[in-house]
Every structure is written in C-alpha cells, then in structure tokens.
Design a protein. Structure first.
Length: 139
C-alpha cells in the first residue's frame, strides 16, 4: 500500500481518491451513497473525499431535477484521464509485489481473496438487513 501511495502522490492523488476513482472508472454516475457502500467507507468520509476531488477537478456532483435527495458523482475529463496514468502505476506495484510468485499461486491467492470479499459482503448485507428490521422479539 505504501509503494502505491508514494507513486500516486507523485501524480497528486491520495490513496483515498484512488479508491473512488477506480470505482468511478468502472461505473461513472453512482450516487454518493452507492459510492460510499462500494468503497466500504462511511458517508461522511465519502463526502469529504468528494469535496476534495471536486476541488481538484476530478469529479462533479449533481442532483437530478426529479429527485433532489440523491447526489450523483460523475468523472470530469481530468478525472477520466487519470486512468491512463494511474492504472499502469498500480500494475507496476502489483508486479513488484508478485515478483517470483508462480502463476498458480497468484491465481489461488486471487480466488481466495475474492471468496473472502464475497463472504464479508454477504455477511454485511445480512447484518444490515437485521438492523433495518429492528431487534428480534423476546420469547
């Protein structure tokens, strides 16, 4: 993480902004709430990061005329252009970290990490559903 942070900083991008940029490069136009959930951070953290990213010219935020409740986040041309600069930096860091690791071990590690992420995402959804329903009935 430190190796990536240092390289991102050379381009004026923080690690936190990198997280949001990666998500928006794949799905531009998410709501702040959806972006927060996808990044796995609190909504106030997302709002603070987006303010800074807006100031840097990476994103714009807007509300739909029909639904003023949701705030949508869109990449600017400058934000989109960062992908061509920053993805190769991340690939370089990954290759440094994976030097000497066999393709089979890489694949097994990736499968394992994806399974862990899926399990935690599923557990989080179940926990969230329980909180929305409220406390259970006592017997």
């Amino acid at each position: 993480m430190r190796a990536l942070q240092a390289r991102l900083a050379a381009h004026g991008v923080t690690f936190g902004h990198w997280t949001f940029l990666r998500i928006l490069w794949e799905r531009d136009g998410l709501t702040q709430r959806a972006l927060s959930a996808e990044a796995g951070v609190s909504e106030p953290t997302t709002v603070a990061a987006l303010r800074a990213m807006e100031k840097a010219g990476y994103v714009t935020r807007s509300q739909a005329e029909r639904n003023r409740k949701n705030v949508y986040v869109h990449l600017t041309v400058r934000g989109r252009a960062l992908k061509a600069k920053l993805v190769p930096v991340a690939v370089e860091v990954n290759e440094i970290g994976l030097a000497g690791v066999s393709a089979a071990d890489r694949a097994a590690t990736q499968r394992t990490l994806l399974a862990i992420i899926d399990n935690l995402r599923e557990e989080s959804a179940v926990s969230s559903s329980r909180r929305r329903r409220g406390p259970g009935l006592r017997r």
